[in-house]
Design a binder for this molecule. Structure first.
Ligand code: ACO
Length: 360
């Protein structure tokens, strides 16, 4: 009988990866040799995808080729939009995105990583427009993903400062070590399920509120708290009821998540965000102080989702679509991990400790 059980696989190392390192003590994220802040300081999603796919997949290492490939993939995905919208009626954005991936064949003339990363923004924009009764807008393959996604959602080009903020966001969240959704994608890839299926598995794991589902509830929390004065009693009640504060805490980071500052700075570049940002920063400070008092043994700090929420709100993305938008960025990382996993060749198959009855 196996004895030691760690239900969260806390501290268990199951793979070598050259893609990204999450240093939870130093509060540092390295993506293929670049610190995340430096990587997205002047470049965006296509550049980060090119870095992640370098040496692993077609167009990898070449930002221009990635941009061209994703543009072509978005155009290809546009043909499936009527069928997607017909089938997605009544679904939430992330459920509809799940459907859009499930509709993709495993193999086609265009490589699967490009088809996946091209299909997601087209599907998301069409779903958001259909929720307001508006007709979908066709992609423009000459644009970058962030620029085209905002244009397809809004029906007109967004101000450049909005495009840049979304580009920073998509690049910032593209990869993050062996998080729950990436691990799930790699488990599926380890069975040789192929890339589309592995990415779909990753999306399903991303959906939960403890992972990619947190940013919408961050805004709900800010709304419920309402004023800085109300924060402390609100947190006390939340702890008494066993409620978790969203956008706070992380399995690996024992200090502030470095992506929080990258995204906070991006929010500050957007018009009319100063008041909201100052309020959020006050609530953030109060939340961390309340957690330190209530749970002195835990080292809980702000995670990426807190300022994700502020940034996507400032871009006028509906809360219900935050997780789906996260998937648009993270898909680049899932694909890179699938390629890396396929090279290792071993099925990921841990064990369980049987505690049920045995035959007499
Ligand atoms: N609010 C209140 N208490 C918390 C929080 C939180 N956000 N996070 C952890 N804790 C407490 C737990 O209640 C527990 O306390 P206890 O020992 O008194 O029972 C202790 O910290 C340890 O909790 P675990 O669940 O074991 O910590 P774990 O490392 O497994 O959880 C997680 C990490 C799931 C991210 C957690 O911090 C959480 O639920 N955060 C809120 C949701 C969130 O923001 N998720 C997004 C994370 S970033 C991302 O995935 C992209």
């Amino acid at each position: 009988m196996l004895t030691r059980v760690d239900s969260g696989l806390d501290g268990v190392v199951v793979a070598d990866t050259a893609l990204s390192e999450v240093d939870g003590q130093a509060g540092r994220l390295i993506v293929r040799g670049h610190s995340i802040g430096d990587l997205v300081a002047t470049r965006g999603f296509e550049a980060v995808a090119a870095v992640l796919w370098d040496g692993l997949a077609e167009a990898g290492g070449d930002e221009t080729a990635v941009r061209r490939g994703l543009g072509e993939a978005r155009t290809r995905a546009w043909a499936s939009v009527p069928a997607l919208l017909a089938a997605a009626r009544g679904l939430t954005p992330v459920e509809a995105l799940r459907l859009s991936l499930a509709m993709l064949p495993d193999t086609d003339t265009l490589p699967a990583h490009l088809r996946v990363c091209g299909a997601l923004p087209v599907a998301l924009a069409a779903i958001l427009r259909s929720a307001t009764g508006a007709a979908p807008i066709a992609p423009d393959p000459a644009l970058g993903t962030a620029q085209d996604l905002l244009r397809m959602i809004r029906g007109e080009p967004a101000p450049p400062v909005f495009e840049r903020a979304l580009d920073i966001y998509l690049g910032t969240v593209a990869d993050h070590g062996f998080n729950a959704s990436t691990c799930t994608a790699r488990v599926a890839a380890s069975t040789r399920a192929e890339l589309v299926s592995a990415v779909l598995a990753g999306l399903c794991a991303l959906k939960g509120p403890l992972h990619g589902g947190a940013p919408g509830p961050v805004l709900d929390m800010l709304d419920e708290i309402g004023t800085v004065e109300a924060a402390e009693p609100w947190f006390r009640r939340a702890f008494a009821d066993g409620v978790r504060l969203m956008g706070v805490g992380h399995r690996i980071y024992k200090v502030r998540d470095p992506r929080a500052d990258v995204l906070k700075a991006a929010v500050a570049t957007l018009p009319s965000t100063a008041g909201r940002l100052a309020f959020a920063a006050d609530i953030e400070r109060a939340a961390i102080a309340a957690l330190r008092a209530a749970k002195p043994k835990q080292r809980l700090d702000t995670n990426v989702e807190f300022y994700t929420a502020l940034l996507l709100e400032a871009l006028a993305i509906p809360r219900s679509a935050f997780t789906a938008l996260f998937a648009v960025g993270r898909a680049a990382g899932w694909c890179a991990h699938v390629f890396e996993q396929e090279r290792s060749g071993r099925i990921i198959r841990p064990q369980s400790n049987y505690v049920g009855p045995r035959p007499a």
